[in-house]
Design a protein. Structure first.
Length: 381
């Protein structure tokens, strides 16, 4: 019964997915289910459609946050099972339906087996995929007053055995940012290109120069992965030489410091090339995801929980390469994220045939509850 109600809940979230920032119905479903667990406090509309449930023991202790994301992706589902997405072009392809269900399971457990100390805060966070949600929640005034001691989150990880706890000290996810460079030259007749300013040469130079900043050594703290996403120069008007263009990148580094240094170097390259080419330009940095910098003590809690629960666990050598907006929490609050194995055969995240495996829900709940116990179960002093 305990698991069946959670599986039904997860599959209902899956059936009605909503994109980042639009999680209205999802939030309503979560709110109704969490309210039944009788939290001390229940807030809605935190940083958009976020839900915060506080379980307060009333006795001194730590304030510990557990965070789950709840948004889906603009991807058409390629599965045919009974609970497949009913919303065209939108589906849960990152397993955030599963993460939210795990957090609901934690709420049920906290109702049945309350902690002796402190406050346990469950945050159902919107808009993870766009990198907007963490920022909005951290900026919400109710949230700012919580004075959180530790923050934890998990992400399911396909291609790891089901239920395996995947963890590491130091960075867990990279800092990621995207860059748009727009060039404004001067259009001219194609027969008189010497009278115009064609951005093609600047684009060509910058592509070569920026490429040299890549460092593909995963073991290096200076790891830097710079990917060209899109480029355009001029238009298909054959009598006219190109006069404008754009170049789009995504940049990921293990640390914020390396990311900031890389941004500076790229900007210097742009300035120098555009000066030589007499080209005007505008740069725009967007979609920033802070690096998840795992706190050492928080990782020890994760490691202890996996051992105490006798769960298969794996200390990962290198961080994952995807961006995760939980990173922003770790910029402000000591905390850590761990991976929860989603199965060797499960399709990769963001693939149209991916689906969160329901049988790992209990592992997630047990991990969170054990971490909470370690921090808040010593009783009255
Ligand atoms: Zn995702
Ligand atoms: Zn995700």
């Amino acid at each position: 019964m305990f698991n069946q109600n959670l599986i039904t809940f997860r599959q209902t979230l899956h059936q009605y997915p909503e994109k980042s920032g639009e999680e209205k119905e999802t939030a309503q479903r979560i709110k109704e289910a969490v309210a039944k667990c009788q939290p001390t406090t229940l807030w809605t509309n935190i940083g958009g459609h976020g839900i915060v449930a506080i379980f307060d023991s009333g006795i001194a202790g730590k304030t510990v946050l557990f965070r789950a994301d709840m948004d889906a992706l603009p991807i058409e589902e390629a599965n045919g099972f009974s609970y497949k997405s009913k919303n065209e072009g939108v589906s849960h392809k990152c397993g955030h339906d599963g993460h939210s269900t795990i957090l609901l399971g934690l709420a049920q457990k906290l109702m049945k087996q309350p902690l002796k100390n402190g406050r346990t805060i469950l945050l159902f966070q919107p808009a993870e995929e766009t990198g907007q949600g963490a920022k909005a929640v951290l900026g919400a005034k109710e949230f700012a007053n919580l004075k959180i001691d530790y923050a934890f989150a998990l992400h399911n990880v396909p291609s790891f055995p089901k239920g395996q706890i995947v963890y590491r000290r130091g960075p867990f996810n990279p800092a990621v940012i995207s860059l748009i460079i727009q060039f404004q030259g001067l259009k001219t007749h194609a027969a008189e290109q010497e009278k115009g300013i064609n951005p093609a040469y600047a684009v060509a130079q910058l592509i070569s120069k920026i490429q040299t900043l890549n460092n593909t050594d995963l073991s290096s703290p200076d790891f830097c992965n710079i990917t060209i996403i899109y480029t355009r120069i001029g238009s298909k008007d054959y009598g006219t030489a190109a006069g404008d263009g754009e170049l789009h990148y995504t940049i990921r580094c293990w640390t914020k410091a390396k990311l900031e240094a890389t941004k500076k170097t790229i900007l210097a390259m742009i300035v120098s090339v555009c000066e030589t080419e007499k080209l005007a330009y505008v740069t725009q940095w967007l979609y920033y995801f802070a690096a998840t910098a795992n706190d050492d003590f928080a990782v020890t809690c994760i490691e202890n929980a996996a051992k105490r629960l006798n769960f298969d666990h794996f200390k990962k050598r290198f961080p994952f390469k995807w961006g995760e907006d939980f990173g922003l929490f770790t910029e402000h609050i000591p905390g850590a994220m761990f991976g929860l194995g989603a199965g060797l055969e499960t399709p990769a995240l963001h693939q149209p045939d991916y689906d969160f495996p329901d049988d790992i829900i209990p592992n997630g709940i047990d991990m969170f509850y054990d971490i909470a116990l370690q921090l808040n179960n010593r009783g009255k002093d």
